[in-house]
Design a protein. Structure first.
Length: 336
């Protein structure tokens, strides 16, 4: 059980001081994590290790740059039975990262891109949505620890995190079950800490932001604090899910929703990637399986892309040969 890194200087800026001070060249590799190290870093990386004891997860891989999505790689390893429980992989930047339904996610330096594999091997209440809520709440909890930001982050249905009105994070969750037991869950989190991507605005995400942009006083150690608080929040919420079920997380998800009470437009996405409005109205609540409840609509909304505001606030037009929503000024990156 250890922290592994091919970027010791980068890792030292994230780890607790006591772990960073003990970092040194890797003399021995835990056989359990060799497939993960090889899959993430290639067959013969130069590795350094540090004790994982100050961290809430036993196996932690930190890399300054990842060529390809660590989330996708960790899912492949989990499917093959080669990712031990509690394996966390963190990239500071990378290429080929994505959000929900493969939408591009710009993984810039100065931000956190975390994937975590869990293997409960027990029944988990409403697991198809529980792990999405767990990941989203963990980001919110971590942001609550930043001085000046307590209570200011919220969840935009279903898996975006907004901070002071701008998108600061997106989460993904993959689950695999055997019978009634969850054998694997892989969580993916992209959190803009130091840098907000410069992207074309869309109605689905009014704008992007970063923790740095929203932090009063210029905290000089945001990356370390955000990483450690996020890891701790994931552990606490995971333990709550196993011990008390999904209901406590669902209550908190509802409490931190930024869409309840809002007028919204929900669009379907057809195979040809054209967008069309299929539901509009005021959000009255979030259902027991994270479905969206709209006033006057008997059927809950279980999927789609959400824009806050009615469709009359936007002009839907073709841009570069494909349908793109054109919103008012200030309206950013496709939601993950």
């Amino acid at each position: 059980m250890a922290v592994y890194t091919d970027s010791p200087d980068f890792a030292a800026g994230l780890l607790p001081q006591e772990a960073a001070s003990e970092m040194g060249p890797a003399a021995h590799l835990d056989p359990q994590v060799r497939p993960v190290l090889s899959g993430m870093l290639g067959p013969s990386p130069t590795l350094f290790t540090a004790p994982s004891s100050p961290l809430p997860w036993p196996h932690v891989l930190i890399s300054e740059y990842s060529a390809g999505s660590q989330y996708d790689k960790l899912i492949e390893l989990a499917r093959a039975g080669q990712a031990p429980h509690g394996t966390a992989c963190l990239a500071g930047a990378g290429s080929g990262f994505h959000g929900f339904k493969g939408r591009s996610w710009e993984a810039l330096p100065g931000n956190l891109h975390l994937s975590l594999h869990l293997s409960p091997q027990v029944p988990v209440d409403r697991f198809p949505v529980a792990f999405t809520a767990l990941a989203a709440l963990s980001v919110v909890d971590a942001l609550d620890q930043v001085q000046g930001l307590t209570g200011r982050a919220g969840i935009k249905w279903v898996n975006d995190i907004l901070l002071v009105g701008g998108k600061v994070a997106g989460v993904l969750a993959y689950t695999q079950s055997q019978g009634d037991r969850v054998s694997s869950a892989v969580l993916g989190i992209g959190l803009n800490v130091e840098t907000a991507p410069a992207v074309e605005p869309t109605p689905f995400v009014p704008r992007t932001t970063s923790v740095r942009t929203c932090t009063p006083g210029g905290n000089s150690d945001l990356m370390r604090g955000a990483f450690l608080d996020l890891m701790a929040a994931l552990r606490g919420n995971y333990e709550t899910l196993l011990k008390n079920g999904f209901s406590p997380l669902l209550r908190r998800y509802r409490d931190r929703s930024v869409v309840v009470g809002q007028e919204v437009t929900v669009c379907s996405e057809r195979s040809d990637q054209q967008l069309e409005v299929f539901a509009e109205g005021r959000v009255t609540g979030v259902g027991d399986n994270l479905e969206l409840l709209l006033a006057g609509r008997p059927e809950p909304v279980t999927g789609g892309r959400l824009a806050i505001g009615r469709s009359t606030a936007y002009t839907w037009q073709l841009v570069s040969g494909s349908p793109r929503p054109k919103g008012p000024p200030g309206a950013s990156v496709d939601d993950v």
